[in-house]
Design a protein around this ligand. Sequence first.
Ligand code: GTP
Length: 238
Amino acid sequence: MKKPKYKRILLKISGEAMKGKQEYGIDPEYISYLSKEIESAHKTGVQIAIVVGAGNIFRGVAGSKHGLDRATADYMGMLATIFNAMALQDALEKLNLVTRLQTAVEMKQIAEMFIRRKALRHLEKGRIVILGGGTGLPFITTDTTAAMRGLELGCEAIFKATKVDGVYDDDPVENLKAKKFTTLTLDYAFQNDKIKIMDKSALSLCHANNIHIIIFKLSQKGDFKKAIMGEKIGTTIC
Ligand code: GTP
């Protein structure tokens, strides 16, 4: 059987994705679809760590715009990522996949703490490691968490699942003539303010440490596995 291109990757799933067709919250149907996509990629033998966002439940930045203290709002967002992480773990386990949930904030009754070496051991054993609670620190996005954890865990690439199928030179929703990049350099992505696919601190971490980012659309069935096998899917920033 053909080997996957990567040994270990980090998958970043936005909270927005978790709401599927719903306006808000977690769409069980979509989570079940996501889990099958992850299962299919995992079967190739690649080790998978997952960071989930929380935009479907609560966004720290939005909360602070409505008068909440920013740090408090960010902590609320961290808790929301743990909601998503638990739902994803449940859906993956329904497919008989072995998973471990680790959180950056301690909540012993619910999950184990993020301990880098333990996470590495889980990955080596083929367990899918879901990382909830961001980094445990406010003022940091889940994209930056994904970059940090990806680096810490020795991942070869960060797969960022988005609503669009790659990076465009303009907003593809507003500008139908926007062109999709198949590859981009980290330098270009970092310096060009029009590239808003990841926040600057996440890009800066990837840039400084030369880790690849693959932007793709998880709702395009089979694409995640294809990208793991080395097919050109979405946009690769390298
Ligand atoms: P090995 O060291 O490879 O045996 O890993 P393991 O995860 O199977 O062993 P461990 O005994 O650490 O964990 C068994 C189960 O307990 C797993 O589902 C863990 O996620 C869970 N677990 C471990 N530590 C904690 C914790 O502090 N809190 C909670 N809620 N669960 C934990």
